[in-house]
Design a binder for this molecule. Structure first.
Ligand code: A2P
Length: 262
């Protein structure tokens, strides 16, 4: 088994650049590595000298996947991403051994609808959770929202709008239960505005035909991942509606995780 500095040391298999700010990559899955859909892990690059710089990355693959996919921003002077954005298939990446995180089923009470609210690379854990069969067993409706500045940053649109419904494992459930809700804030798009605005003015509930006008603490559960500001503002809306934050130790109605930055 490939290891370096006490970390997994794995081959890069695939890289895709979405925009000059956003890219995805896949690495080989170490056979002994287990994780729960929605968890994050430390990712880094080996360095000639000194300790490697490691950053938290949500695993975008579901727990049964044979390869591990990640979604990353590119920061020109970012200690890790300035170099990570240059990786090519065949290069090596370090991965920590302990996946962890709160965007998991274990941290949520049972419910009827699962909302997954994301901005930017905060979409990553929901690529995992929304492809896990357990999600469709536990919830009647599964909703992924993704808000970005520009249309080009709506990464994985083809997956959400087509591939998911054709998936051998969860396609049938997804066709009945899954809803994708993208919005763009700084460019023309069919749906514009921050998710907070779309919740507050009730547009999301009308657009998705959910038969509700706001969140119901008895039925709605949520996960949030993305910018700190978005998480805080959506959490405030949840609290106002009577939903309570959960954790692995004490499951609740919503859970949060800040997306990796820098
Ligand atoms: P906006 O363009 O109005 O700032 P970023 O690229 O900075 O991480 O932002 C990603 C998306 O998150 C943008 O569309 C941005 O909208 C939105 N956003 C930023 N802050 C908030 C917030 N407090 N509540 C909801 N959405 C937010």
């Amino acid at each position: 088994m490939a290891e370096l500095n006490g970390q997994f040391y794995e081959d890069v298999l695939w890289v895709k650049h979405w925009t000059d700010r956003l890219f995805s990559f896949k690495i080989a899955r170490p056979p002994s590595f287990r994780f729960r859909s929605g968890e994050f892990v430390m990712i880094g690059l080996p360095r000639e000298e000194g300790k490697p710089i490691m950053r938290a990355y949500s695993i975008a693959s579901p727990s049964y996947a044979e390869e591990l996919e990640f979604l990353s921003i590119k920061v020109a002077d970012g200690p890790l991403t300035s170099k990570l954005q240059l990786i090519q298939p065949g290069d090596k990446v370090l991965m920590g051994k302990k996946p962890t995180g709160t965007l998991v089923h274990d941290a949520l009470k049972p419910g009827k609808r699962l909302f997954m609210f994301s901005t930017g690379t905060g979409l990553a854990p929901f690529l995992s959770v929304a492809r896990d069969p357990e999600t469709y067993e536990k919830f009647e409706k599964v909703i992924v929202t993704h808000t970005v500045r520009d249309v080009a940053e709506l990464a994985y649109r083809d997956l959400w709008e087509r591939e998911l419904f054709e998936d051998e494992l969860i396609g049938e459930e997804a066709r009945k239960q899954f809803l994708y809700y993208p919005s763009v804030t700084r460019e023309n798009f069919v749906r514009q505005g921050r998710i907070t605005t779309l919740i507050e003015n009730g547009q999301i509930f009308r657009d998705l035909n959910l038969g509700i006008e706001g969140f119901n603490p008895e039925e709605d559960r949520a996960m949030m991942c993305g910018s700190m500001a978005m998480i805080q503002d959506v959490a405030a809306l949840m609290e106002k509606a009577g939903l309570e934050e959960g954790s692995n130790a004490s499951p609740g109605d919503y859970v949060i995780e800040r997306a990796f930055v820098g």
